[in-house]
Design a protein around this ligand. Structure first.
Ligand code: G6P
Length: 335
């Protein structure tokens, strides 16, 4: 019944709208409330025997391709904060091309919706050869990555048919946030912070760069338009030269620690006559766009689930195939 499009025109549209349910399924049975000394915690059954080793590792290295890589990037800040362990990020093919160093003391985490992506799988073999602990985060029970890692977590997002990943992306981020909570679980000083995150798990505020990267990837994948995700602080180091009245720019300026930086970038982009579409937190329209010349998309504080919609609508307007973009495969099983 999951394979049916139901009332939706496209699988991608359906999968975007399924996110409230898929996220609930991802978290089901894993967030624990209650108990007197420990009021809230996370239980990831597939990891419980390995958490001690993970906590002792010298680095945590996330490895993936495409959207799965972007999901890891989105979760990195919370992982660094709660684990206190250095977190490295690797695009699977790049790690292999460089034969980058992987050590016995590393925990490597393989993120893959399908669990079958050839580059990610080869990187897993490489990490196994180098003696690292290998953790899988996949959506596919019995997949090659699920079978060949030492331990792992299934994201339980349900079957995803659209080639461009949507609900799996948000569930991956939530699983990695839960992973961060589980690793940090023995640190008393961050107990209050962890409880606050559990309470508002999906209000993790620092997703915006990954959101921009992932939004740009989606626009490329399905709307077949070139686009880039750029950090606000990097605009002045090159990309600003591209801005004129012909360039549409989507600025993610929701309330977080970088909000004032985003405000000043908006002013710079405005001064160069860029065509601005600003995503901001509800009620913030006047503070993000003083000139009144931007298009505004107000989003609730928890905005993550909405970001693939831009690519979806652009694609439909341009008449392209949303679920099966040309030249792409859902699961790339060749290197
Ligand atoms: C392909 C798909 C992408 C996906 C990537 C990684 O390139 O077209 O949408 O993000 O593979 O897939 P995985 O199954 O490993 O998450």
């Amino acid at each position: 019944e999951q394979i049916n499009k139901g009332k939706y025109e496209h699988y991608m549209q359906k999968e975007i709208h399924e996110q409230p349910e898929s996220l609930t399924t991802t978290m089901r049975g894993r967030l624990i409330r209650g108990g007197s000394c420990k009021s809230k915690s996370v239980l990831l059954g597939g990891l419980k025997d390995h958490l001690k080793i993970i906590r002792r590792s010298r680095r945590i290295v996330f490895i993936g391709c495409g959207t799965s890589y972007n999901a890891a990037l989105a979760a990195r800040p919370i992982l660094e904060e709660l684990s206190g362990i250095p977190v490295a990020m690797e695009i699977a093919s790049d790690l292999l091309d460089r034969q980058g160093p992987i050590y016995r003391e590393d925990t490597t985490v393989f993120v893959s919706q399908s669990g079958e992506t050839a580059d990610t799988l080869r990187a897993l073999e490489y990490a196994l050869e180098n003696g690292a602990l290998c953790v899988g985060i996949t959506n596919t029970v019995g997949s090659a990555i699920a079978r060949n890692t030492h331990c792992g977590v299934h994201i339980n997002a349900g079957c995803e048919i659209g080639v461009a990943s949507t609900k799996a992306y948000t569930s991956q981020i939530v699983v990695m946030a839960m992973l961060a909570l589980a690793i940090g679980d023995d640190t008393i000083s961050s107990q209050a912070r962890r409880e606050a995150i559990i309470d508002g798990l999906f209000d993790l505020p620092r997703y915006n760069y990954a959101t921009a990267l992932e939004g740009a990837l989606k626009v490329k994948e399905v709307a077949l338009m070139h686009s880039e995700g750029i950090l606000a602080g990097e605009m002045k180091h090159g990309p600003l030269a591209l801005v004129d009245e012909n360039l549409p720019i989507v600025v993610v300026a929701t309330r977080d620690a970088c909000f004032s930086k985003q405000q000043s970038v908006i002013q710079q982009l405005h001064a160069r006559k860029g065509r601005l579409i600003v995503m901001c937190t509800k009620g913030d329209a006047a503070s993000v766009c003083v000139s009144g010349s931007c298009r505004i998309i107000e989003v609730p504080q928890v905005e993550d689930c909405l970001q693939p919609l831009l690519a979806y609508h652009l694609t439909v307007l341009r008449g392209h195939n949303v679920d099966q973009p040309r030249n792409l495969a859902k699961s790339v099983t060749t290197q």
